[in-house]
Design a protein around this ligand. Structure first.
Ligand SMILES: Nc1nc2c(ncn2[C@@H]2O[C@H](COP(=O)(O)OP(=O)(O)OP(=O)(O)O)[C@@H](O)[C@H]2O)c(=O)[nH]1
Length: 96
């Protein structure tokens, strides 16, 4: 919702993505507060975080030995208790 902080979020995310100690760690990005009117859409969030064409796919995606780090965006609202469950289910398939 706080679009003025997209740049700050991108900077933090980029730092994590380039951290060598996290190379093989799956990334679940939660776009929270979608209950607030005019909150960013998923496409808008992906665009501002530089993730367009960079995410690895929702659902069951077997990345096997591909050396591709699982990364996906899920929109959610903590206050409405929605969205994040799908995100955690998605990330759980990559936890050994
Ligand atoms: N409307 C709405 N408010 C939320 C949601 N999740 C958290 N908040 C509220 O956002 C405020 C900040 O929450 P924090 O848990 O402190 O999060 P933070 O990351 O430290 O701060 P922010 O970056 O401002 O979100 C609190 O008042 C929360 O109640 C949500 O899904 N919807």
């Amino acid at each position: 919702y706080d679009k003025e902080r997209f740049a700050e979020s991108k900077k933090e995310l980029d730092a994590l993505l380039s951290d060598e100690s996290l190379t093989n760690v799956p990334f679940l990005i939660l776009g929270n507060k979608i209950d607030i009117p005019y909150a960013a859409s998923e496409d808008e969030l992906r665009y501002h975080l530089g993730l367009t064409n960079f995410t690895t796919g929702k659902g069951k995606v077997n990345l096997g030995d591909s050396n591709v780090r699982p990364l996906e965006v899920f929109m959610c609202s903590i206050v409405r208790k929605m969205g994040y469950g799908d995100g955690f289910k998605w990330v759980s398939q990559y936890i050994k």
